[in-house]
Write a protein that binds this ligand. Structure first.
Ligand SMILES: Cc1cn([C@H]2C[C@H](O)[C@@H](COP(=O)(O)OP(=O)(O)OP(=O)(O)O)O2)c(=O)[nH]c1=O
Length: 216
């Protein structure tokens, strides 16, 4: 699938591929103004290994997704990412069903957790840049009834941590420290900086509306 370019602060300077099936990641990357292909990775997402740090785990999955898509596609820069929710030292992935979502939300409610999104930028020769970004999120406890209704509503099902700050799940969010886009699936500030440094993207030239002085 091809994501058409739309207005935004950057332009692609090299062919870019987003190795993701996530519509949120597609939207976030497109918001930068970039033209790119979408090729979801078929890499498996195994659970963390014993003793593996959460950021190392997220990086391992992001790398597997990027390399899976990059290997047969020379000349492109591939972006792979993985988002996990971490409470204490426990990694909470996507829920199996509404009951599992309710169990996760009950654990998270009234507490602060960390959302980690790891990104791997890779070419056919291997990974060229990797980083993991953390955002701290404190969820309120709105009461069991509201939690159960939200868990049953469907939105939590494909989301790490069983909530979506960009959707109805915003009603749960008491405080967020760090990048909001990182929680939704891509840390846009860090990703744009890495892509600029690799000369894979560059600032877009300002359109006619920018630059000149408007009416006083
Ligand atoms: C906490 C939170 C997670 N999420 C989403 C982001 C990710 O899409 C998802 C975590 O799953 P991931 O396994 O990171 O990604 P994915 O399976 O959706 O897509 P792919 O592996 O093909 O790239 O949870 C939100 O959209 N909003 C939120 O507030």
């Amino acid at each position: 699938m091809h994501q058409r370019q739309r207005p935004g602060p950057f332009r692609a300077a090299t062919p870019l591929i987003l190795a993701s099936a996530s519509p949120r990641r597609r939207e976030l990357l497109a918001s930068l103004g970039l033209d790119f292909e979408v090729v979801p990775s078929q890499a498996p997402e195994p659970p963390p290994m014993a003793g593996e740090r959460p950021d190392a785990y997220a990086l391992r999955l992001a790398r597997a997704k990027a390399l899976d898509v990059a290997a047969p596609r020379p000349g492109a820069l591939v972006i792979g990412a993985d988002t996990i929710v971490v409470l204490g030292d426990r990694v909470l992935g996507k829920p199996r069903d509404a009951a599992d979502a309710m169990a996760t939300l009950t654990r998270l409610a009234g507490r602060t957790h960390v959302v980690i999104t790891a990104c791997c930028l890779a070419g056919a020769g291997g990974a060229v840049r990797e980083f993991a970004v953390e955002t701290r999120v404190r969820l309120a406890h709105p009461g069991q009834e509201a939690l159960a209704a939200y868990a049953a509503g469907g939105e939590p099902l494909d989301k790490a941590g069983s909530y979506a700050i960009q959707g109805a799940g915003a009603f749960l969010v008491e405080r967020i420290e760090g990048s909001p886009s990182n929680v939704i699936g891509l840390p846009l500030k860090e990703l744009a900086a890495a892509l600029v440094e690799l000369e894979a993207i560059r600032p877009a030239s300002p359109g006619p509306a920018a630059g000149g002085r408007g009416p006083a």
